[in-house]
Design a binder for this molecule. Sequence first.
Ligand SMILES: Cc1cc2nc3c(=O)[nH]c(=O)nc-3n(C[C@H](O)[C@H](O)[C@H](O)COP(=O)(O)OP(=O)(O)OC[C@H]3O[C@@H](n4cnc5c(N)ncnc54)[C@H](O)[C@@H]3O)c2cc1C
Length: 544
Amino acid sequence: MPESLYFEYPHYAARRAPELDGHASATSVVVVGAGPVGMALALGLAQRDVPVVVIEPLTTVGYGSRAGSVSRHSIEFLRRLGIADELLDIGLTYSEGWTYFRADEVFHLEIPGDSYDRLPPMLKVQQCYIEAALAAALDKHPLVDLRWGTTLTSLAQIDDTIVIDLSSEDGDYQLSADYVVACDGARSTVRSVLGLELEGVTYPSAFIIADIQFVKESPAGRRVWFDPPWNPGGSVIMHRQPRDIWRFDYQLPRGCSLAEENDRAVITTRIKDHLQWIGFDGDWKLDWTSVYYAHGRRLSNFRHDRLLFAGDAAHLVPIFGVRGLNGGLADVANLAWKLARVVQGRSSDELLDSYATEAQGMADYNIAQADRSTRFMCPRSDGARTLRDAALRLALSNEFVRPLLNPRQSSAVPQYDSPLNATPQAIGCLGAGDVIPDLPLGPPDATPQFVHDYLGDGFTLLHFDDGSADAEVANAEIGSEQVRVARLPVLPTTPAYDRLKPLSGRHFLVRPDTYIVAAWDYPPINDLPEAIRHATATPNHSHD
Ligand SMILES: Cc1cc2nc3c(=O)[nH]c(=O)nc-3n(C[C@H](O)[C@H](O)[C@H](O)COP(=O)(O)OP(=O)(O)OC[C@H]3O[C@@H](n4cnc5c(N)ncnc54)[C@H](O)[C@@H]3O)c2cc1C
């Protein structure tokens, strides 16, 4: 097991596969890889009554803090999966950041949020805790068969079945599945077997990533320094994490020897220099270290018939702006309800094309946003560095330059071009393609009731009504679809009144992943059946 100063790596027993004893089995869905993305997908499928087999070579969770910043949109998804509370208990919340040019602050990041929000804009919690929470939830679920210590070595689609070759300590065997989702990370075996490559850019600068244990009371948040004296021309990011862990990401000078720099003694010296320079005194210990190159790459198509890709297997996004894990979780929040419907025969498999279209769009958006931050963090040429430093210098005394330094932290990517939307994008107000915000409905002194409390497992029609005092909920059968219908009050006493008032009188059809697919200013009695058929790609419905 990996060793850590703050996290006890669990050991998950690898069980002998029944197929090795002649019990041939076929399953609906195999998820390849029990990283956070694969496990979140498996839980999302199991919660929708889909049996799922998960394949994972390790017998513990992935090593190191890795993705440590979870966006509100991701926490909402983890909440629906039932594991947000324990992560909120462990994690540190933050909504701020500080950017320095040498010793001077040049930008103060404030991540939008309101005091009445149920969830923080960002939660700092090491990836190993997220994975451990997901693994514990999967372990309890009777529909999940998580095969630790098992590696996918090959796969092939034969007619409507995917046959998978697996290797385990007890021997090699095959499994067949109706659908396979590759969540096997940046070095995806599934991708290699299919001869697929991620397309895009790899940035030239290397970063050392290191966690130290250091007891230091200081607000959580993102701290960035450009051109610190101990790392001329370079940058360093520092984040406080739970359990007295501080995460460092510092840029290595171009042309330096990676072998020399990636040495614990050298890393210790660099961190010591930085802490001394910023006046952080005290004893600390080095924990996990790693080397990191930023990539902005994705597969050209996330769907290959019955094989789908999600998370790092599908796209790699630079870490600046925290879109790696958040982007992967957004993929599977999108995929879980769609794949469940297709497997259960409630939707045609055309719905999976919408997964590919939407997830590819999210990856493009995330890569483009992260690219701007990455080019700022590590300019590709001396000329670009001169320009960057000029902007930093200007920002010292000019307010208007400061937005250039905004790292654009991850948040929900709108789906305005989704093929599932039944009404056009609403300009200037909430509409199809937006996420329905989780606003509080009641007065501050009452037990808080939030919009998301009224969403069902399937589609929900929300009607915001300033004439009603209390929420009312009913279930309706629209065609073959069970739809939850909720009338929600818009009360002047709620702290979110400014944001709720413009919704008054509007009706929103909301998908299981909280995206709005249709919005109307009138009761959509006649429009609703077609909107639902369209959004669910129910059999015998064809998009025109
Ligand atoms: C050093 C480092 C630092 C990072 N820092 C950040 C950060 O600060 N912020 C951020 O947002 N992101 C960060 N990331 C990225 C983030 O960790 C990933 O985006 C996230 O882990 C993606 O999750 P995933 O489940 O798609 O892939 P992974 O977490 O890579 O999981 C893939 C799983 O597939 C398994 N697997 C591999 N091959 C096979 C096979 N043949 N058969 C079956 N299973 C297989 C692996 O064992 C693994 O468990 C960092 C990554 C690294 C490496």
